[in-house]
Design a protein around this ligand. Structure first.
Ligand code: UD1
Ligand code: UDP
Length: 373
């Protein structure tokens, strides 16, 4: 069997690595196609190195652009590779423009798509990611839903065939790397941070960073944090802060350490040892509950509602009063903290990658891995 992986951003590399490993364990060498949606060393290559994905077959160098430019260029370049390589299945993960481009290019060549992390919905169609998820799911032949809730979302849209609940490969990634991170990373010493004495922040989502009004709200929250905080800044946010004249204001915040985006091992170590996580990232919301760190999500909705239901995540949006209320409650109310930190991980047992590979190999053996009419 010849599987092709199409990926191009930081979270896709992290979440697909366990699936690639699982194929290799079974003696199958997958074709690796990197679109180059993310291209800075600290957004891409560092993860390929740390996760030992050194044999990328195609670097497509798509780069940045408008939604249509990025998706369109990626589609054209992916199609050329798929036409040449003729894989048996194309695997994509998540909801980026790379996913949409990979899915559309593949299905139109009648190469079946397996969508890892299928069925997530924020029910907010103004997010580019929501459009990408919906379209990728509807183009896919095999849908790997992380939870029953994701499966239900698919059912509600009439997708019932080819859906498998396997857990989320982020659990695999965390379990495979957190002990290595604990051993190897020196990030706490480097930044002068003590375990459980700081807040870890990430924010990059378009709806939070593309308008000055919203980005300013984020800065106001950062300015009001009562304890030390560390914020590895995504290039999108850095660029926006500079463009809106907010960069100097952020640099002046005394309690805040601002860094480049970090590699996975350093980031995991920081996350594991954080007192609180504040984020608008999907993957970071998931990792927080896996690592038993309370998460305050800087958004008004989430396509990971399981984390909120389990009690490990609270949506605070960009409302300073609400965000600060929960930060202070977590710092001062031990029982409240304990309850959030002990919320049960809803994303499975860390064997999602193995399950995905087993299912795909079985479908292939039975001749069922094809685009059905
Ligand atoms: C993309 C995904 C988002 C995901 C995120 C992961 C889409 C629509 N969005 O958002 O769902 O959460 O990746 O991090 O696919 N840039 C650099 N260097 C890089 C990459 C980006 O400087 O290596 C800057 C460029 O100015 C670029 C901007 O960041 O225009 C946005 O990058 P892009 O890949 O378009 O979207 P992300 O915000 O990264
Ligand atoms: N991450 C990282 N370094 C950072 C920030 C995040 O390694 O500086 C990891 C994080 O552990 C998670 C993933 O990147 O696994 C999340 O990616 P991101 O927030 O960019 O995308 P999203 O999950 O929102 O799509």
């Amino acid at each position: 069997m010849k599987p092709a992986f199409v990926f191009g951003t930081r979270p896709e590399i992290i979440k697909l690595a366990p699936v690639i490993r699982a194929f290799e364990k079974r003696g199958v060498k997958p074709l690796l196609i990197h679109t180059g949606q993310h291209y800075d060393y600290e957004m891409s290559r560092i993860f390929l190195e740390e996760l030992e994905l050194d044999s990328i077959d195609y670097h497509l160098e798509v780069g940045s652009g408008t939604q249509a430019e990025q998706t369109g260029i990626a589609m054209i370049k992916i199609e050329k590779v798929l036409m040449k390589e003729k894989p048996d299945v194309t695997l994509v993960q998540g909801d980026t423009n790379t996913v949409l481009a990979g899915a559309l290019a593949s299905v139109k060549l009648k190469i079946p798509i397996a969508h890892v992390e299928a069925g997530l919905r924020s029910f907010d169609r103004t997010m580019p990611e929501e459009i990408n998820r919906i379209l990728a799911d509807h183009a896919s032949e095999v849908l790997f839903a992380p939870t029953e809730e994701a499966k239900k979302n698919l059912e509600n849209e009439g997708i019932r065939e080819g859906v498998y609940v396997v857990g989320n490969t982020i659990v695999d990634a965390v379990l495979q790397n957190s002990e290595i991170a604990e051993r190897k990373s020196r990030i706490l010493e480097k930044l002068g941070l003590k375990p459980k004495e700081y807040i870890l922040i990430t924010a990059h989502r378009a709806e939070n960073t593309d308008s000055k009004k919203n980005l300013e709200k984020l800065v106001e929250i950062l300015e009001a944090l009562p304890i030390k905080a560390i914020y590895p800044i995504h290039p999108r946010t850095r660029n926006r802060l500079k463009a809106f004249g907010l960069w100097e204001r952020v640099k002046k915040i005394e309690n805040l350490i601002v860094t480049q985006p970090l590699g996975y091992l350093d980031f995991l170590k920081l996350q594991k040892n954080a007192k609180i996580v504040m984020t608008d990232s999907g993957g970071v919301q998931e990792e927080s509950i896996i690592l038993n760190v309370p998460c305050l999500t800087l958004r008004y909705n989430t396509e990971r509602p399981e984390t909120v239901k389990a009690g490990g995540n609270i949506l605070v949006g960009l409302e300073k009063d609400r965000a600060l209320h929960y930060v202070n409650k977590l710092l001062n109310d031990k029982d409240f903290y304990k309850k959030m930190a002990s919320a049960e991980n809803p994303f499975g047992d860390g064997k999602a990658g193995e399950r995905i590979v087993k299912i795909l190999l079985e479908l292939y053996e039975k001749g069922e891995l094809r685009v059905k009419s």
